[in-house]
Design a protein around this ligand. Structure first.
Ligand SMILES: [Zn+2]
Ligand SMILES: [Zn+2]
Length: 359
């Protein structure tokens, strides 16, 4: 079995290889040696060890051989301690248990140990592709939990998968910061962001393409620019992402590739999204200048009740922020109302939370 990368189990059966479907070069896979795709005879199960019900013989066997895996990923915003810890059983169990455990192994001169992060060749990684900065996302990323070997030719690693944000499934309830309806990627996920999970799999170590440098980012700084990092986990059991630090009046999050404004009031110090600042200012502008304007159309619902718009200023005012280094950011507001003389003016920006001027 090829690496299934965990989340595929959430897809409908006909879509068991969600990445294979988007492959532009499926033919190249035939050139891939079987071992290099990580095909292994081992499967990871997650038996319910606390089930009170009488289990089938097969399920009881899985429970009897279950081992506890303490997750190496402790997210800052975890729902509870040990959230990602779980019991698992590898089948065929006798073959798995007969293999000796090792602390490390070497591929092409590189030493791999438990807890190391690795790049894994996926079904879609062109066989000739070597790892480089430009094509990292052609590879999957995993963390080694355990190594076992039959002999020097058959070395297997039990891994926990890391996901690129693009691979996340959509949440059960649509999130306001979801990028698209079809996927679970959020607006705050950065280019170099991985999401740690407790989806496990046994891989042939020949599918490893190299070691990955992945940091845990605790969101206490913003110096993670070009490194791979994780700050959030995805729990197999709850299918939920862990919480991350909240910012701004929208209680949203920080995408390290999108700069935010900070309020300099020492008792406030809130970080603010550009779009949220613009929204706040345009709402105030609308209240001040246009709330009493006669409406021409679109003000009432068919039942006669006034329409409550989340952006009442739309089509009437627009704004952009002028942010020049070494000077306070300013906002340039444009009056778009028909019949009014089109004009533009500049204002200082006030913190929407504490009303202090941003400097
Ligand atoms: Zn915001
Ligand atoms: Zn403030």
């Amino acid at each position: 079995m090829a690496p299934k990368h965990g989340l595929n189990t959430l897809q409908p059966p006909e879509d068991t290889h969600k990445r294979a479907k988007t492959s532009s070069t499926p033919a190249s896979r035939s050139a891939t040696p079987a071992e290099a795709t990580g095909k292994v005879p081992f499967v990871v199960h997650y038996p319910n060890v606390s089930s009170k019900k009488k289990l089938s013989k097969k399920d009881q066997e899985l429970v009897d051989h279950a081992e506890e895996q303490l997750s190496p990923f402790i997210a800052k915003g975890r729902a509870k301690d040990g959230e990602l810890d779980q019991y698992y059983t590898v089948t065929p169990t006798p073959e798995w248990e007969a293999m000796k455990k090792y602390n490390n192994f070497i591929i092409q001169g590189e030493v791999y140990k438990n807890n190391h992060f690795v790049y894994v060749r996926s079904d879609e990684t062109p066989s000739q592709k070597d790892l480089d900065e430009e094509n990292l996302k052609l590879f999957w990323v995993a963390r080694i939990l355990q190594v076992r070997a039959q002999n020097a030719q058959h070395v297997y690693a039990l891994v926990a998968w890391m996901y690129w944000a693009d691979e996340l499934p959509p949440p059960k309830v649509r999130a306001p910061d979801q990028m698209t309806a079809a996927g679970g990627k959020r607006t705050y996920h950065g280019k170099h962001e991985l999401i740690a999970s407790n989806y496990m799999e046994v891989l042939d170590v020949l599918s490893f393409a190299g070691k990955a440098d992945v940091l845990q980012w605790e969101e206490e700084d913003d110096n993670i620019q070009s490194k791979l990092y994780w700050r959030q986990t995805y729990c197999r059991e709850t299918q939920e992402l862990s919480k991350i630090r909240e910012h701004c009046v929208c209680k949203g999050h920080f995408n390290p590739e999108v700069s935010m404004f900070i309020c300099d009031n020492p008792t406030c110090k809130i970080w603010l999204h550009k779009a949220c600042l613009i929204d706040d200012i345009l709402k105030k502008t609308y209240e001040k200048l246009a709330a009493n304007d006669p409406e021409i159309n679109g003000t009432a619902k068919p039942n006669g009740k006034p329409r409550v718009k989340s952006k009442p200023y739309e089509g009437k005012f627009s704004a952009r922020i002028k942010d020049v280094e070494d000077s306070a950011p300013m906002i340039i507001i444009k009056d778009l109302r028909p019949g009014k003389e089109s004009k533009e003016w500049e204002e200082e920006i006030f913190c929407p939370k504490c009303d202090t001027v941003l400097s």
